[in-house]
Design a protein around this ligand. Structure first.
Ligand SMILES: Nc1ncnc2c1ncn2[C@@H]1O[C@H](COP(=O)(O)OP(=O)(O)OP(=O)(O)O)[C@@H](O)[C@H]1O
Ligand SMILES: [Mg+2]
Length: 256
């Protein structure tokens, strides 16, 4: 498939006097892995928060394959095919891996509350379909041995993986990953890179990832956008962006 998956134009977001996002425009092509880099506070997570409707921009437009995304309410974004993970893992810590993944499915289920209460046939059909999607993801991410475990007791790398799984069970067309490699060791990062590629290649999902690990970015990103102080500085290949003088200067001036 070719074409544009998402197009953002003139996005702006402020918190008091802080311009977290200033006039940000970019396209995400169908089937690409796009990386968003930049020093701490550059506005990367804020861009994700605008796309996933956590915050309303003060200006701008977003088109997701014909859907004006800024008109979609936050809880409905996922039904339009956009899923995300968070910089700080957000899971139901007291629930099992399986339950967390099932809950991910419920966020897109169209079965109404009444039907859920009455345990109707449509609910059972949804449960079966959900279960199938969950099992696929458990196998894909190698989560089988933790399926019944409570999330809170699991190692960090596994919990990050569960969050990725919870986004995948919704079968998104666009996946936003906020620092997927942070806190992972070298082997886990290597495996993550392979998974992200497979998510694109085998599952046909377009990926935008915020990431500080430039070796991961160089390995898997088709295109890289560098941000600083709320603005896009440059877009290009990992090599081009990393050697861009403005990008280099932005990292020097930032507290790390
Ligand atoms: N909810 C908020 N309330 C107030 N200020 C915020 C909020 N979220 C972000 N900011 C501010 O907006 C700016 C951009 O923050 P953002 O989290 O988007 O940066 P980032 O590029 O994701 O940084 P990091 O690499 O550290 O995650 C920063 O100055 C930050 O302090
Ligand atoms: Mg961030």
């Amino acid at each position: 498939m070719t074409g544009v998956m998402l197009s953002a134009r003139g996005l702006a977001l402020s918190f008091g006097g802080v311009h977290a996002v200033r006039d940000v425009s970019f396209d995400v092509r169908v089937g690409e892995i796009l990386a968003l880099i930049g020093p701490n506070g550059a506005g990367k997570t804020s861009v994700f928060n605008l796309l996933s409707r956590v915050f309303n921009p003060s200006a701008g437009q977003v088109d997701l394959q014909g859907t004006p995304l800024l008109k979609v309410e936050r809880h409905n974004v996922i039904r339009h095919g956009l899923a995300r993970t968070f910089q700080n893992i957000e899971l139901f810590e007291g629930a099992s891996v399986l339950d967390n993944l099932m809950l991910g499915c419920h966020s897109i289920s169209k079965v109404g509350l009444i039907s859920q209460l009455l345990q109707t046939r449509s609910l059972r059909a949804v449960e079966l379909a959900s279960r199938e999607r969950v099992e696929e993801v458990i196998e894909f991410l190698g989560l089988a041995k933790w399926r019944r475990s409570q999330v809170s007791g699991l190692p960090y790398g596994v919990r990050k993986n569960i969050e990725l799984g919870r986004a995948l069970v919704t079968r998104p067309k666009l996946l936003l990953l906020d620092e997927p490699a942070s806190g992972l060791n070298v082997d886990e990062t290597e495996r993550l890179g392979t998974w992200i590629r497979e998510i694109r290649d085998r599952l046909g999902v377009t990926v935008v990832m915020v990431e500080h690990d430039m070796s991961l970015v160089s390995r898997i990103a088709d295109s890289v956008i560098a941000m600083d102080q709320g603005s896009v500085l440059v877009r290009g290949s990992a090599q081009e962006v990393q050697t861009n003088p403005e990008v280099v200067a932005s990292y020097m001036g930032a507290p790390q």
